[in-house]
Each structure stands twice: as structure tokens, then as C-alpha cells.
Design a protein around this ligand. Structure first.
Ligand code: BES
Ligand code: ZN
Ligand code: ZN
Length: 497
């Protein structure tokens, strides 16, 4: 992670290896942005004609390199397109920051004026924070399994012509460090993160972040009657567990909220075994839990005032002689029972117990995150998570938080008459519905475990939890989706309280 700092000096005067400046796209070409215009003047218009000659359009992410000659102290200039001038919001700046980080892997010191390119609400500190987030996220690398890793050399990013912006930098880093930690947890191979191992890793990291963690082992799970977690974990050689997190700031604490995350460290499907193509990415099936753990870890540095309690069950869903069988009936924390007709619909079974625990805390809101259904990916694709719940206002708040933080969610319904699909002749419910609307029947299953007087929202992140390729601030592999949304929502909900 590079160090970020700011200076009042003009971009062309700062000693660095690369100077990164913005440009806007226009109807018939492009316009140079803050910091770039004066460079063009110094070059007597040569910078502009060079870019024009290459057909540069300043589309978001489009870049051109230009040797500085004597127009700047830095030997090279990188012009980055940020799209239309009036539309350069926070997300355009995050994307530009990501482009900066990706284009600077071979240099050590970069100076930039990208933070000044934003329109309206993306100015000043907000602009700096967005570029920090984009650069820190886009520069993410997971190299620990390479024999000869070649990590980015970028060590320092300097914001030029900038007012003091320590807070903006540290907030941007708090968020992006959290996302990147979630990515680390997700990218780790399943063989290296059995439930007890990942739970202990999380606990030791969070203890220095003002969050207390309790790990419930198999015996404790039994004592607490978490039949869903035990049932899904029954087939694995590695015992399941559950982490209970608590963040309670000093002083009169405000709202109490609960987070829940699906932590299936590997989803083979169990006895309802997945085909090989469906299984190869299933180390990422704990992305909900990773997002929750990482969010908890950022609360203190963001100065969150709310009292936040979280639960993440960790299990490995495996077939074996001791595995739960199709047709088995599990009994959950809240005494309801479910007939398990497909052991691959396991996420809802572990979340059932965790949502019951969350409800017992009587919080003002519950939000759960889970890579729950392939059906949600069919509905919304790989970049948008599904938002379901019992409270439209809370759903709206999470969608707004997503928009504001650079993620995307879409409200899906939980139609009461679809509940018929999960009725069972012999248990209270069954764990699968029919072929269609699978994201919704999964959501309806979860609803059975939430106290209906508590506003609750479920985020089905199966699509955006993993990316096939790098794209701006999103990196290939685990994306850490949900962390930005949760942090934006919690900080907003807290400041309003
Ligand atoms: N972990 C999967 C959902 C998933 C699929 C996440 C692909 C990310 C990528 C979940 O446990 C699962 O297998 N769901 C089944 C449910 C079905 C059996 C009712 C599914 O979606 O096919
Ligand atoms: Zn599954
Ligand atoms: Zn799963």
C-alpha cells in the first residue's frame, strides 16, 4: 500500500517519477482538467495536440503517457480520462485513482491532481478520499503464493495543490484497507482456511481494532442449539464454529445494529455435490463473513458511535459418511425445523441460526450478507447484489449507501405468496423452492428466522463477491463487496442518530 500525502505546491513543481493529471471528454473530443491545462500552456499547446493526434477522447480510464521535457519536474506525465466534466462524481475519481495505481506499478513516487477533477459533491476532501480509495483498491495484489512475486513498486502518492487533507486520507485508507483485508480472506485457498483457522485469524486481527470476538466451537454450538451450523458442518473433517463480534464505543452509545455474514469456507454442495465447474470458485463462499469481519475492523478508525454486534458462522460444506443427507431435518436456534432436500442450499441453514441470534439482541436493524444463490446472479449479473428484506426504508438506505460508496444493489421482493414453495409436509419448512425465483425463496427462508418487529435486510452478493477480471477499483478474485456499502450505511445511520 503506498503512502498518501498532500502538498500546496503545483503539480509540475513536485519531484516525482510520474505526474498524473485528469482530462474530460467533450462532444467532439476532450478538454484538459485541473493541473493539465497549465502544463499544456507551458508546452505551448504541444500536450493538447499530441493527445489529439492520438485520437484521445478522455473516456473513463483512457490514458496517454507524455514525456515532460521541461514542463514539469516529474519526467513523465500520464493523462487520465475521467469522462464528462459535469458528471465526474466520486466514482469517476475512484476509477481514476485505480487507473493511477495500475499504471504506476513500476515507479516509486507519483504526484497527481486527479483529486481536483470532481464535479459538485466530489470536490475538496471528498475528492481526495475517493482517489485514495480507488488507488488503494485498484492497487490490490494477492501474491503470497508466488515464488517470485513482483509487487508494485509504488510507494508514495502526493496530492498537489491540495488543502490539508489528513482526515480524507485516513478515512479513505480505513475503508480500502478493510476491503483489501476482506479480499485477502476470500482469496485464501480453502485448504488454508478451515473454520477454526479463519476464526482465530479474524479474532487476533480484530482485537487490536477495538472489537471483541468470541469463538464458539462445536461443543458451544451444540449448547447454544445451532442445529443449522452443526448440520451443514457435519460432513467435514474440520469442525464448524461461529464468531460473535462486539464493538461498543465508550460513552453513551447510540443505535444497536447487528450484522450477519455467510461463512462457508468451501461449498462442495455436500452430498448434493456440485459439478466441477460449479465448485472451482467455492472458496469464495465466505465472502459475506469476510465483509462483515472487515467492516467490524474499520469501525473504530472511522469513529463509528453505534453499538455493533455481528455473527459469522464458519463451516465447510463437504460430503462424507458423517454428512447431513437429503431428507434430513435440522432444528435451529429458534426451534423451527427445516427439511434439507438439497444439501447445496446450505447458506440459508447456517444463516438461520445466526439471524436468530441477531434477533435475540433486539437491535434497531439487522443486515446479512451472503453469497446465497446462483439465481441472484442470473437475475442481476456479476456486478449488482440483490437487496431483500422486511423494511423498504432500510433496503433503500442500503442501496443508497451502495451508490454513494461505489457499489451497486437492486431491490428484489419477498412475495408472501411464494412462501408456499418452502412449505414441507413434515417439517416447518424445507430448504429449497421450485426452479424459478430462487433468490427470493432463499430470502423467504431467511425471513423465518428474523423477529418481524426488527427491520432486516438481506444482501445476496453471489454475483459481485467475485470478479473474473480487474476492472477499475475491482480486482480479479474476491472483491470484498459489501464492505464499502456497510461502512457507508453505518457511518450515515450513526451520524443521523
Ligand atoms: N454458494 C452457492 C451460491 C453461489 C453460486 C454463490 C455461485 C456464488 C456463485 C449456494 O450455496 C448454492 O449452492 N445455492 C444453490 C441453491 C439451490 C440448490 C437451491 C444454487 O444457487 O444453485
Ligand atoms: Zn451451496
Ligand atoms: Zn454456498
Amino acid at each position: 500500500m503506498p503512502k498518501f500525502s498532500c502538498t500546496g505546491d503545483s503539480p509540475s513543481a513536485v519531484k516525482a517519477d510520474l505526474l498524473v493529471v485528469p482530462a474530460y471528454s467533450t462532444e467532439n473530443g476532450f478538454e484538459l482538467g485541473p493541473g493539465a491545462k497549465s502544463l499544456d500552456k507551458k508546452s505551448a499547446g504541444q500536450l493538447f495536440s499530441y493527445l489529439s493526434g492520438l485520437g484521445f477522447k478522455a473516456k473513463a480510464g483512457e490514458t496517454v503517457r507524455y514525456p515532460s521535457g521541461d514542463i514539469a519536474v516529474a519526467p513523465a506525465i500520464l493523462v487520465v480520462g475521467v469522462g464528462k466534466k459535469g458528471e465526474a462524481g466520486l466514482q469517476a475519481l475512484r476509477q481514476a485513482g485505480a487507473v493511477l495505481a495500475r499504471s504506476s506499478k513500476k515507479v516509486r513516487r507519483v504526484v497527481t491532481s486527479l483529486h481536483k477533477a470532481g464535479a459538485r459533491s466530489a470536490k475538496g476532501e471528498a475528492g481526495v478520499r475517493a482517489v485514495v480509495e480507488g488507488a488503494a483498491l485498484g492497487g490490490y495484489e494477492f501474491l503470497r503464493y508466488k515464488k517470485d512475486p513482483e509487487p508494485s513498486r509504488l510507494a508514495e502518492v502526493i496530492f498537489a495543490e491540495c488543502e490539508p487533507c489528513k482526515n480524507a486520507i485516513s478515512e479513505g485508507l480505513a475503508v480500502s484497507d478493510a476491503v483489501n483485508w476482506a479480499r485477502d480472506l476470500v482469496n485464501e485457498p480453502a485448504g488454508a482456511k478451515p473454520p477454526a483457522v479463519i476464526a482465530n485469524q479474524i479474532k487476533s486481527k480484530l482485537e487490536s481494532a477495538g472489537v471483541s470476538c468470541e469463538i464458539w466451537d462445536r461443543r458451544r454450538l451444540a449448547k447454544e442449539r445451532l442445529g443449522g451450523v452443526l448440520g451443514v458442518g457435519a460432513g467435514s473433517a474440520n469442525d464448524p464454529c461461529l464468531v460473535r463480534y462486539e464493538y461498543k464505543p465508550r460513552g453513551k452509545s447510540q443505535k444497536k445494529i447487528c450484522l450477519v455474514g455467510k461463512g462457508v469456507v468451501f461449498d462442495s454442495g455436500g452430498l448434493s455435490l456440485k459439478p466441477a465447474e460449479g465448485m472451482d470458485t467455492m472458496k469464495t463462499d465466505m465472502s459475506g463473513a469476510a465483509a462483515v469481519a472487515a467492516t467490524m475492523g474499520a469501525l473504530k478508525s472511522l469513529g463509528v458511535k453505534a453499538h455493533v454486534i455481528a455473527f459469522t458462522p464458519f463451516v465447510e460444506n463437504m460430503p462424507s459418511g458423517s454428512a447431513s443427507k437429503p431428507g434430513d431435518i435440522l432444528k435451529f436456534r429458534n426451534n423451527k425445523t427445516a427439511e434439507v432436500l438439497n444439501t447445496d442450499a446450505e447458506g440459508r441453514l447456517i444463516l438461520a441460526d445466526a439471524l436468530s441470534l441477531a434477533s435475540e439482541e433486539k437491535p434497531a436493524a439487522i443486515v446479512d450478507l451472503a453469497t446465497l444463490t446462483g439465481a441472484c446472479m442470473v437475475a442481476l449479473g456479476m456486478k449488482i447484489f440483490g437487496v431483500m428484506g422486511n423494511d423498504d426504508k432500510l433496503a433503500r438506505a442500503l442501496i443508497d449507501a451502495a451508490d454513494q460508496s461505489g457499489e451497486r444493489g437492486w431491490h428484489l421482493p419477498l412475495p408472501a405468496d411464494y412462501r408456499k414453495q418452502i412449505e414441507s409436509p413434515i417439517a416447518d419448512i424445507k430448504n429449497i423452492g421450485n426452479r424459478y425465483g430462487g433468490a427470493l425463496t432463499a430470502g423467504l427462508f431467511l425471513q423465518e428466522f428474523v423477529d418481524e418487529s426488527i427491520p432486516w435486510v438481506h444482501l445476496d452478493i453471489a454475483g459481485p463477491a467475485r470478479a473474473d477480471a480487474d476492472e477499475f477499483e475491482v480486482t480479479q478474485g474476491g472483491t470484498g463487496v459489501g464492505v464499502r456499502t456497510l461502512l457507508a450505511w453505518i457511518t450515515e445511520a450513526t451520524s443521523a442518530a
